[in-house]
Design a protein around this ligand. Structure first.
Ligand SMILES: Nc1ncnc2c1ncn2[C@@H]1O[C@H](COP(=O)(O)OP(=O)(O)O)[C@@H](O)[C@H]1O
Ligand SMILES: [Mg+2]
Length: 421
């Protein structure tokens, strides 16, 4: 779609008042417009095929064909139109069935105008990224995107990027502790990169001076930055690792391009055995670069349906980017039996193994944070620290482990088709 084109939205609801209200809210947004309305599932399917809207708002309970059935059909026939489910039913079962049918978001009625608009922007943004990357990556993803291939043969540093399409799952915590664990167990040089450019909080977690140098000190001179210049903005931490801090403000983060990020990471490869990169949940150019150049992407997830949904979308993108099973590895963080869904169910629905798990241990984490010391040092004997050391060990081991870690999960015997796409 051309830049500046409005986000075209199809509204599906059997109640005329609801359709009118939604249309009114959308009308307030200068970059959105209503592509059409439908009062039932069958009408929605027809309209979606004809209009190919950018986003579909779909009610669940409708008299002729219900919204879940319509979603299933549309996700197969018009896959480029992402669907946001709307329902008064906030129950897990509805949410679950919608997601399994291929919906991208779920809004519980009544929702605010902000929630609606944010959800539309969010799914549209993701779809745009997907489309752009599909185009760039087609037809043979790996061949058209040489960066995606794991540079396994190289004997210089290994880039390990932490990613999650959702915030608050523990990326920064785990990335920081893994960097320290890698250094402790190999005694090799390790650098931790706060690639969460607009919202970096590694400086806080590691108790570093607010006056410390950051990547923002390179703005304006990235082209002249060599290993030595780069070294001068790295900060030494008492744990023995080096840290490349994120800019102090989101505004300065905007001055750093994907090409700058690539240049920096490639330079770090020359001197460091392990480069651990934290990110933020976004598909902006800088993040895509951190994913592209990585040898391993550790995709953190928690065992909740919302996390599952986001990871599924990310995996679709990752596949088009040519990231294979060895490159993209799932990590279940805060893994415990209470609440949420079972790891085995997630594995079956994603058709993919979760090779790494980290237990939930809020108490240890809080104690460690209060002391200002990574828990792999202050609470080395805790299970959560042991899980990090296990992860470190697997990442430093040779090819066999990596291959085992990336192995496909066996398909579930029932052959249940969990996702529409
Ligand atoms: N394994 C875990 N057990 C308990 N709490 C955790 C665990 N991992 C992360 N947390 C907590 O989750 C919160 C979010 O972690 P953070 O690393 O900031 O996530 P992100 O970087 O993904 O936004 C923090 O309060 C952190 O202490
Ligand atoms: Mg973070």
């Amino acid at each position: 779609m051309a830049d500046g084109e409005k986000i075209r939205i199809l509204i599906v609801d059997d109640i005329a008042d609801t359709r009118d209200n939604l249309a009114k809210l959308i009308g307030f947004e200068p970059d959105m417009e209503v592509a059409g309305t439908a009062d039932g599932g069958q009408a929605a399917v027809n309209m979606a095929k004809k209009e190919r809207p950018h986003v579909i708002l779909m009610d669940i309970n409708m008299p002729d064909m219900d919204g879940i059935t319509a979603t299933e059909i549309i996700s197969n026939t018009v896959p480029e139109s992402p669907i946001i489910m709307m329902s008064v039913q906030g129950e897990q079962d509805y949410l679950r069935r919608s997601m399994l049918a291929g919906a991208r978001e779920f809004l519980v009625k009544p929702f605010s105008a902000d929630e609606l608009i944010n959800a539309i922007r969010h799914v549209h943004e993701l779809e745009k990224v997907k489309r752009a990357r599909y185009a760039a990556a087609a037809p043979a993803a790996a061949a058209a995107n040489p960066l995606a291939a794991s540079p396994a043969a190289r004997d210089n540093g290994k880039i390990i990027t932490f990613f999650s399409p959702k915030g608050g799952v523990g990326r920064t915590t785990i990335a920081t502790n893994l960097a320290v664990a890698l250094h402790q167990s190999t005694q090799k040089p390790v650098v931790l990169v706060d690639g969460s450019l607009p919202f970096g909080d590694i400086a806080v977690i590691l108790n570093m001076s607010p006056k410390a140098k950051t990547i923002a000190d390179l703005v304006g001179s990235f082209d002249n930055t060599d290993s030595d210049v780069l070294e001068s903005v790295l900060v030494s931490h008492s744990t023995g690792i080096k840290v490349l801090l994120a800019p102090p403000t989101p505004e300065s983060a905007e001055l750093i391009t994907g090409a700058n990020v690539k240049h920096v990471l490639e330079l770090l490869r020359e001197r460091y055995a392990y480069i651990v990169v934290d990110t933020w949940p976004s598909f902006q150019e800088q993040v895509i670069t951190m994913l592209d150049v990585a040898d391993v992407i550790l995709t953190l997830m928690t065992l909740e349906i919302t996390s599952l949904k986001n990871v599924r979308v990310f995996m679709e993108i990752a596949e088009k980017l040519g990231y294979g099973d060895e490159k993209l590895q799932l990590v279940a963080n805060r893994n415990d039996s209470s609440g949420g869904i079972k790891a085995s169910d997630v594995e079956a629905s994603l058709g993919r193994k979760i090779p790494h798990t980290i237990v939930s241990d809020g108490r240890t984490l809080v104690l460690a944070v209060n002391r200002g010391v990574p828990f792999v040092i202050s609470h080395r004997e805790s299970q959560v620290a042991k899980d990090i050391f296990t992860l470190a060990q697997r990442l430093t081991a040779g090819a066999p482990e990596a291959a085992a870690a990336g192995a496909k999960a066996p398909a579930r015997a029932s052959g249940m088709r969990l996702f529409a796409r």
